[in-house]
Design a protein around this ligand. Structure first.
Ligand code: 5GP
Length: 177
């Protein structure tokens, strides 16, 4: 598997495009079963989840809506700890079945800080779908309802995830060497 360079760092292929796509189809099938007869609202968290959200959404076989919000807590390769919202939520969540779509849950801080704001609007239900999860990095435990892959506590790029702005366009997911 090729090693690639993003800025000054080398990364190894970790999850191939085929492995990612197959897992997303499975997740979409599971979510479609769980929400049969309902019309969930997916809230995708930008920027990192845009590819995952698009691929997951297009494989759903139920009626569903999607919207996007922007939170940020990362600069470079470390979480800055601050979670800010720069694109707000337009939809009213009251009485809705909401599914949060994340690229990766690392310490859990981003969602830990954000969930109360959503719950405040009294959705009918709230679940979380994350493509990646680093169990060893958990500082803020969360119930993740749909997980694509549990991965080791190493920095990853590709498939929407960046290192200082670059690497999002890669079809595979790469791990820091
Ligand atoms: P948490 O708040 O759970 O610590 O981190 C969540 C956010 O940090 C993710 O949405 C993602 O933007 C970023 N993040 C966490 N781990 C990684 C990683 O390994 N690579 C990249 N590119 N971003 C990460």
């Amino acid at each position: 598997m090729p090693i690639i360079k993003v800025h000054d760092k080398s990364f190894d292929t970790y999850l191939s495009e085929e492995v990612i796509q197959n897992r997303i189809k499975e997740m979409a099938a599971e979510i479609s079963r769980d929400y049969a007869g309902k019309r969930p609202l997916f809230i995708a968290i930008l920027n990192g989840s845009f590819m995952f959200a698009a691929d997951l959404f297009k494989h759903l076989s139920i009626n569903a809506e999607i919207c996007f919000i922007k939170l940020a807590s990362y600069k470079g390769m470390k979480s800055s700890g601050n979670v800010v919202t720069s694109i707000g939520l337009e939809d009213d969540l009251f009485g809705k079945d909401v599914v949060i779509v994340e690229d990766i849950v690392d310490t859990g801080k981003t969602l830990h800080n954000f969930l109360p704001k959503l719950l405040h609007q009294q959705p009918k239900s709230l679940k979380i779908a994350s493509l990646l999860h680093k169990p060893e990095a958990t500082e803020y435990p969360l119930q993740l309802d749909y997980i694509g892959f549990d991965i080791p506590n190493k920095f990853v790029v590709g498939y929407g995830l960046d290192y200082d702005g670059l690497g999002r366009n890669l079809k595979e997911i790469y791990q820091l060497v």
